[in-house]
Write a protein that binds this ligand. Structure first.
Ligand SMILES: *Cc1c(COP(=O)(O)O)cnc(C)c1O
Length: 371
C-alpha cells in the first residue's frame, strides 16, 4: 500500500451512504425498553428446549452446516399459510429478505419507491444498490396514496402494512387496487400483520408480482434469533435463492423457529394480550390525555404528546422523549420526518412497563416548564 487510503478505493455511492440507525439497545439493567417493538413476553418454552436439543450435550451438531434450504422451516411456514413450500424463502430476519429483494430488483437503471414515513432500512438497502428512489409522502390522514403508488413506475415498491411508525393499517382492497395497475414488484412488509385485522395473504394466489415479507421478531418474540421469510410466486422465490447466502439461517435459528411455529396457542394468547394493552392505552391517551393517537394495528402506538398548556409539536415530543430517557424509559422519536416529528412511537410493553411509562409521563406533565 503506497499511502493510499482504502476509503478512496470504495465505490462512490458506498462512500456517500448513511448507515441504518437501529433503536438503542442499552447496556445495563433498569431500562423500560419500549423503543424497538420487541415482544414484552418470552417466546414459547418449546423454543429454548429445541435450541438446547439442537446444541446437544457437547455441541457436536454445531460442526455441521445448517440445511441450506431451511426445508423443515419452510414446510412449517407453508403449512401455516396454506401454500406450497415453493412459495417460501427463509431469511436471516426479514431484513435479509429485504436485502435479497433489492439485490434482485434494484440497481442504477432500476428504480425503487416507498411511502414516507416508513421503515428507514429501505432507503439504506436501495442506496447500497445505487438505485434511484421515489419517496411518496403520506399526509396526516395516513390514507394510502393508491394512484400515486401505481403511477410511480418503480421496478419495486416497498409498502409497510400496517405502517411503521404510525401503526395505521391499510385496507386489503387498496392493496388489491395497487396490484391491478402497478407493473413492478409490490413488496408488502407485514412485520406487524399478526397484530392487524387484515393482511394481504389472500392476494398472493392471483398476483405473481406480490411479495409478502414476514418476521418472527415481533409477534413470535424471537428478534434475537433472526428469522424472517418471503411468501411469493415460485419464480420470485427462485430469484431470491440465486442471490441468497447458502447458509443464511443458522442451525439454532431453524430449530428455534420451527419450535415457535409448533406452539400456535401460546402465541395467540400473547398477541391477544398485546392487542388488549395497545387498545387500552391508545384509547386512554386519546380520550383521557387528549393526545392525538393513530389507531394502531401493530404492537406499538404512535401518539402526539401535549404538555400541560395543551401544546404539541416537535419540541414537546423531544421534551417528553428526553424526560422519559432521563428516567430510563426508552421510546422512539423520529424528528426528521415532518409527519412524525411531533409524535412518539411507543412499543406496547408488559402491564408493569406500561405503568412505569404512565407514571413517568405524569411526572413529565408536572415539571414546572410543562405545567
Ligand atoms: C422490525 C421490522 C423489520 C425487521 O424484522 P427482522 O426480521 O427482525 O429483520 C422489517 N420491517 C419492518 C417494518 C419492521 O418493523
Amino acid at each position: 500500500m503506497k499511502g493510499q487510503s482504502p476509503g478512496r478505493l470504495a465505490l462512490a455511492h458506498v462512500s456517500n451512504l448513511h448507515a441504518y440507525t437501529p433503536g438503542l439497545q442499552p447496556a445495563g439493567p433498569g431500562w423500560v425498553k419500549l423503543n424497538t417493538n420487541e415482544c414484552p413476553y418470552p417466546p414459547s418454552p418449546r423454543v429454548a428446549e429445541a435450541v438446547i436439543r439442537e446444541v446437544g450435550g457437547d455441541g457436536d451438531a454445531l460442526r455441521l452446516y445448517p440445511d441450506p434450504t431451511s426445508s423443515a422451516l419452510r414446510d412449517a411456514l407453508a403449512r401455516l399459510h396454506g401454500v406450497d413450500a415453493t412459495h417460501v424463502c427463509a431469511g436471516n430476519g426479514s431484513d435479509d429478505i429485504l436485502n435479497l429483494l433489492v439485490r434482485c430488483f434494484c440497481g442504477p437503471a432500476a428504480a425503487a419507491a416507498f411511502t414516507l414515513p416508513g421503515y428507514s432500512l429501505y432507503p439504506v438497502l436501495v442506496g447500497i444498490q445505487d438505485s434511484a428512489v421515489t419517496p411518496i409522502p403520506f399526509d396526516r390522514s395516513m390514507r394510502l396514496p393508491v394512484d400515486r403508488i401505481s403511477a410511480s413506475r418503480a421496478r419495486v415498491f416497498f409498502l409497510t402494512s400496517p405502517n411503521a411508525p404510525t401503526g395505521v393499517g391499510f385496507p386489503t382492497s387498496d392493496i388489491a387496487r395497487i396490484l391491478e395497475s402497478f407493473d413492478g414488484i409490490l413488496v408488502v412488509d407485514e412485520a406487524y400483520a399478526p397484530f392487524a385485522s387484515e393482511n394481504a395473504l389472500g392476494l398472493l394466489a392471483g398476483h405473481p408480482n406480490l411479495v409478502i415479507v414476514r418476521t418472527l421478531s415481533k409477534a413470535y418474540a424471537l428478534a434475537g434469533i433472526r428469522v424472517g421469510y418471503a411468501l411469493a410466486a415460485p419464480e420470485v422465490i427462485g430469484l431470491l435463492d440465486r442471490v441468497r447466502d447458502s447458509y443464511n439461517v443458522s442451525r439454532l435459528s431453524q430449530a428455534a423457529a420451527i419450535a415457535a411455529l409448533g406452539d400456535p396457542g401460546y402465541y395467540e394468547a400473547i398477541v391477544d394480550k398485546i392487542k388488549y394493552t395497545r387498545d387500552y392505552y391508545a384509547g386512554s391517551w386519546e380520550k383521557d390525555r387528549g393526545w392525538f393517537t393513530y389507531p394502531s394495528e401493530a404492537n406499538f402506538i404512535c401518539t402526539e404528546p401535549r404538555n400541560g398548556r395543551g401544546e404539541s409539536g416537535p419540541a414537546v415530543a423531544r421534551s417528553a422523549y428526553d424526560f422519559l430517557f432521563s428516567r430510563k424509559v426508552l421510546v422512539r422519536h423520529f424528528p426528521s420526518d415532518a409527519l412524525t416529528a411531533s409524535f412518539l412511537r411507543i412499543s406496547v410493553g408488559s402491564d408493569d412497563e406500561m405503568l412505569v411509562l404512565e407514571e413517568t409521563l405524569d411526572a413529565w406533565l408536572k415539571e414546572p416548564q410543562n405545567a
